[in-house]
Design a protein around this ligand. Structure first.
Ligand code: GDP
Ligand code: MG
Length: 177
């Protein structure tokens, strides 16, 4: 993997979904700009951010879409999902409810997105291990049952964020090649 500057061989749209405050915007900030902020405001107006990478000598532009406070059930419009080839389905490991809502998000995603969409389940905020409310095994089991990739991340500590995106983008790349 490396950073490319010129010719773009592929553009892959990837969407971030999950409850409010699970860390979607910070995961994106970490991946796109290597930034993190503790008092993150809802990003209004910005629909997506991009980062260009090299996968198997091709330059791939990842276009990552972030919800701007539309996280209420069914408030995310179908335009958001349109054309997405990857999805990061995020919950907060310290908030059980955000994990309990994952099946709903998955259902909505499957209703709107392409059949072959690559989905990664993400348990974020592993830096708050002492407040953990969702056992890793529960999520692993769910992901296996639903055929999803699964990783736990910390946007704050930059743990596994790169890995999560690269896994999804490489899988998409392998599907189209
Ligand atoms: P979103 O609503 O899903 O986009 O969530 P945000 O990215 O806005 O994050 C919500 C809050 O959680 C903010 O205060 C972030 O700073 C914080 N946050 C996000 N990721 C992490 C993380 O990995 N660890 C910790 N401790 N806090 C995080
Ligand atoms: Mg956000």
């Amino acid at each position: 993997y490396g950073d490319a500057s010129q010719k773009i061989d592929y553009v892959f749209k990837v969407v971030l979904i999950g409850d409010s405050a699970v860390g979607k915007s910070q995961i994106l900030a970490r991946f796109a700009r290597n930034e993190f902020s503790l008092d993150s405001k809802a990003t209004i107006g910005v629909e997506f951010q991009t980062r260009t990478l090299v996968i198997q000598r091709k330059s791939v532009k990842a276009q990552i879409w972030d919800t701007a406070g539309q996280e209420r059930y069914r408030a995310v419009t179908s335009a958001y999902y349109r054309g997405a080839v990857g999805a990061l389905l995020v919950y907060d490991i310290t908030k059980r409810q955000t994990f309990d809502h994952i099946p709903r998000w998955l259902e909505e995603l499957r209703a709107h997105a392409d059949k072959n969409i690559v989905i990664m389940l993400i348990g974020n905020k592993t830096d708050l291990e002492d407040q953990r409310a969702v056992p890793t095994e529960d999520a692993k089991e769910f992901a296996q049952k639903e055929g999803l990739f699964f990783l736990e991340t910390s946007a704050m500590e930059a743990t596994n964020v790169e890995d999560a995106f690269l896994t999804v983008l490489t899988e998409i790349f392998n599907i189209v090649n």
